[in-house]
Design a protein around this ligand. Structure first.
Ligand code: NAD
Ligand code: ZN
Ligand code: ZN
Length: 342
């Protein structure tokens, strides 16, 4: 093994990533080194590289939290994985394991959690240092490039849908049919829900229709809310907002059925107005949802391994990352770009 590796590095917020060689990490006690095969590009990577959120990563850093690869080296004391095993290094990079949230199997909100491609270097690199207690175990038969979008976009969508508490036969509205949303449509279908898809791009809506959505709503139409409420007989029981746009949040709450739940997963910077009277009088629940636990991850991957959900991917080399980021910013990525390291 060489002692350097190629990586795409954020050196300054809002500037193009720099592709350069950085030192190859050596796994210490309780750590592993993963040789990257594929890494999805999530809109979160764009927020990270722009420094969009209140808690920013320290510069320089390597983004990427949909990295899949083979265990290439194991540090002392590691028992959870074996050499050559295929694993994913997700957003939830590690957690403390013993706080009240970890003990309740809510490790995603652990105050000591580290985040892949954010507080720890991620998958836009030939190798990734990982915590074997928190890696995703990729089922046999699922290719690295197919698994990559599942370990963030997939698990986040799946967990978010569970958090709506919508039951089979009820309506799920998915706002934003991009990387997360095109998988949310498929998870929702597989979970027995009826799907209403919302986007600002008619091509994305057409894609949702092909994936099984029954109601399509272009969010830019002035009567989008009324049409959606009429088509679903009073709004969706569960609404999942993946759109990285504040306008979608106000609209999503207005599309929630009485006693329904609106789950927020999109993370554009800022705040959105909430119509207090409607939320109170209609007994609507608004809740946040953040990726998924390791158990959610195993379940989300099982859907993919069983062929019930399949990410639509476009393969690109690491060298194309700045072009991919520009397209993602413009809404010009049909579903998910996966960086191919093979
Ligand atoms: P993406 O760019 O692939 O998809 C976004 C989609 O939203 C696009 O299809 C776009 O056309 C659509 N859109 C834009 N404005 C809209 C509007 N006003 N109404 C409806 N649709 C609109 O992004 P992605 O990778 O799917 O990520 C989406 C968001 O989810 C990002 O903000 C990301 O940071 C966040 N995210 C959150 C979590 C979490 O754990 N909560 C996990 C992953 C990603
Ligand atoms: Zn992500
Ligand atoms: Zn903890």
């Amino acid at each position: 093994m060489a002692n350097t590796m190629q990586a795409a590095v954020v050196e300054h917020f809002g500037q193009p990533l720099v592709i350069r060689d950085i030192p190859l990490p050596i796994p210490g006690p309780g750590q592993i080194l993963v040789k990257t095969e594929a890494c999805g590009v999530c809109h979160t990577d764009l927020h990270a590289a722009h420094g969009d959120w209140p808690v920013k990563p320290s510069l320089p850093f390597v983004p990427g939290h949909e990295g899949i690869g083979l265990v290439a080296a194991i540090g002392p004391g590691v028992t959870e994985v074996t050499l050559g095993e295929r694993v994913g290094v997700p957003w939830l990079y590690s957690a403390c394991g013993h706080c009240e949230h970890c003990l309740a199997a809510w490790e995603t909100v652990c105050a000591s959690a580290e985040f892949g491609g954010y507080t720890k270097n991620g998958g836009f690199a030939q190798y990734i240092l990982a915590d074997p207690k928190y890696v995703a175990h990729i089922p046999a038969g699922l290719a690295a490039s197919a698994a990559a979008p599942i370990i963030c976009a997939g698990v986040t969508s799946y967990k978010g849908i569970k958090e709506t508490k919508a039951k089979p036969g009820e309506w799920l509205a998915v706002s934003g049919i991009g990387g997360l949303g095109h998988l949310a449509v498929q998870y929702g279908k597989a979970m027995g829900l009826r799907i209403c898809a919302i986007d600002i791009d008619d091509n994305k809506l057409e894609h949702a229709r092909r994936l099984g959505a029954e109601v399509l709503v272009n969010a830019r139409n002035s009567d989008a809310i009324e049409k959606m409420r009429a088509a679903t007989g009073g709004g969706a029981h569960g609404v999942l907002i993946t759109a990285p746009s504040l306008g979608a949040f106000h609209q999503g709450v207005a599309m929630t059925r009485k006693r329904g739940t609106c789950v927020l997963v999109g993370l554009p910077p800022g705040e959105f107005p909430t119509p207090l009277f409607d939320v109170v009088a209609n007994c609507i629940t608004i809740r946040g949802s953040f990726v998924g636990t390791r158990q959610d991850m195993a379940e989300a991957l099982a859907f993919a391994a069983a062929g019930k959900v399949k990410a639509d991917i476009e393969l690109q080399p690491l060298s194309a990352i700045n072009d991919v980021f520009e397209r993602l910013q413009r809404g010009d990525v049909p579903s998910r770009v996966v960086l191919d390291f093979s």
